[in-house]
Design a protein around this ligand. Structure first.
Ligand SMILES: CCCCC/C=C/CC(=O)SCCNC(=O)CCNC(=O)[C@H](O)C(C)(C)COP(=O)(O)OP(=O)(O)OC[C@H]1O[C@@H](n2cnc3c(N)ncnc32)[C@H](O)[C@@H]1OP(=O)(O)O
Length: 362
């Protein structure tokens, strides 16, 4: 029998149009309509239907045949419209900074500012609920490295729009390198480990301003922050089992320490979503503010904190965290290598396919 892990790369390619000779960037691939491309290049379906076990050619034939008698020119136009629409609509939101500003800051997925002694790193993909792309992981690492050396006293991570972050961008898994899904899993595990290491080693007080719902890795790394302020609209959700995955961000260690093993298990094993008030009661969140006054109250507070002597704050942070650092790095390494295996499991691949084909949401 063909296992899902062997079938998945084929499904990816059929779904993303690779078998139909589409050469597009990964984002566009994940959304483009392969039928229109086949129609646009080859006209109406005119070959015999492949046998039931010829999975790849059958999927290609079904997609082509589904177009019926759509004229070649219309299909071509639909295809062009779809591709152009995707590139112009991606990340479209009134809250996204204009292109020129983004280029100026040097970040594509973040807006990073430094004023009043505070470096603010804002995830900036509001139309995608600030889902974290490979690029965003890289950029957050760069921004943290820069913030560790700049003259700010404290560093803040927050999100633009209605979400804090919906966690890992599940389309990350559609961009399969030539080494296949194994290579993808290995590279992702390395990136994940480096990403979390940056939080473990960050020398200044780190504050999360959780402006809305938080999912997955955006929740787990909160255990590595000094302070977590949340809007009362925020929720905290780690649906790892639902996704066939396992905890990361050192949460398998920090969450039981913060909230006790039973409450941590409810979140990390059973995917229980917490309200901001519940997360505060369990010690993951420092304080909850009404959404209507959240930004004003939090930034007033942070501006006052940023005026405290920066060296004293750094030293106090080191004293609180340093005893744990070695342990945290070991936990991070173990979680990352466990996830590398999980990403290759049928459970995980099925969950991602269900999201990508719009069959499942959280
Ligand atoms: C280096 C690799 C490290 C990996 C580390 C691993 C981390 C594990 C995790 O983080 S697990 C968590 C993964 N996240 C999810 O499973 C969330 C998936 N998203 C959803 O279920 C929903 O989008 C939602 C509940 C977050 C929001 O639902 P809502 O109906 O309010 O909004 P939409 O679904 O219409 O979202 C708007 C558009 O944003 C896209 N999107 C949102 N989140 C993600 C995501 N995590 N990955 C990819 N895309 C996401 C969504 O598809 C919509 O896109 P569209 O407008 O083009 O349709």
């Amino acid at each position: 029998m063909l296992s899902i892990s062997r079938l998945l790369p084929c499904l990816y390619r059929v779904y993303t149009g690779e078998f139909l000779d589409i050469t597009l960037c990964s984002t566009v691939k994940a959304k483009s309509n392969p039928q229109d491309h086949a129609r646009a290049t080859e006209g109406p379906c005119n070959t015999p239907k492949p046998g039931v076990f010829d999975l790849i050619n059958k999927a290609k034939w079904d997609a082509w045949n589904a177009l019926g008698s759509l004229p070649k020119e219309t299909a071509r136009q639909n295809y062009v419209d779809l591709v152009s629409g995707l590139s112009s609509s991606s990340d479209s939101s009134s809250q996204v900074k204009p292109e020129a500003d983004r280029k100026q800051s040097g970040y594509e997925t973040l807006v990073v500012t430094s004023e009043d002694g505070i470096t603010k790193i804002m995830m900036n993909r509001p139309a995608k609920k600030n889902a974290m792309t490979m690029r965003m992981y890289e950029e957050i690492m760069l921004a943290l490295k820069a913030a560790s050396k700049d003259d700010s006293a404290i560093t803040v991570l927050t999100g633009n729009g209605d979400y804090y972050s919906s966690g890992n961008d599940l389309t990350n898994f559609t961009d399969i390198p030539s080494g296949g899904v194994e290579e993808k899993a290995k590279n992702s595990a390395i990136l994940l480990r480096d990403f979390v290491d940056c939080f473990i080693d960050f020398p200044k007080p780190l504050i999360a301003v959780v402006n809305g719902p938080a999912v997955g890795i955006s929740v787990t790394i909160l255990g590595l922050f000094e302070v977590v302020y949340a809007s009362d609209r925020a929720t905290f959700h780690t649906p790892f089992s639902h996704l066939g995955q396992s905890p990361e961000g050192c949460s398998s260690y920090t969450f039981p320490k913060i909230m006790g093993p039973a409450k941590a298990a409810e979140m990390l094993i059973f995917g229980k979503k917490l309200t901001a008030a519940e997360a505060c009661a369990q010690g993951l969140v420092t304080e909850v503010f009404p959404d209507s006054t959240f930004q004003k109250e939090v930034w007033t507070r942070l501006k006052a904190y940023s005026k405290l002597p920066p060296n004293a704050m750094r030293i106090s942070k080191q004293m609180i965290r340093n005893r744990e650092k070695e342990k945290l790095h070991a936990v991070n390494a173990e979680e990352s290598s466990t996830l590398q295996e999980r990403w290759l499991s049928d459970e995980c691949m099925n969950a991602i396919m269900n999201f990508l084909t719009r069959k499942a949401k959280l």
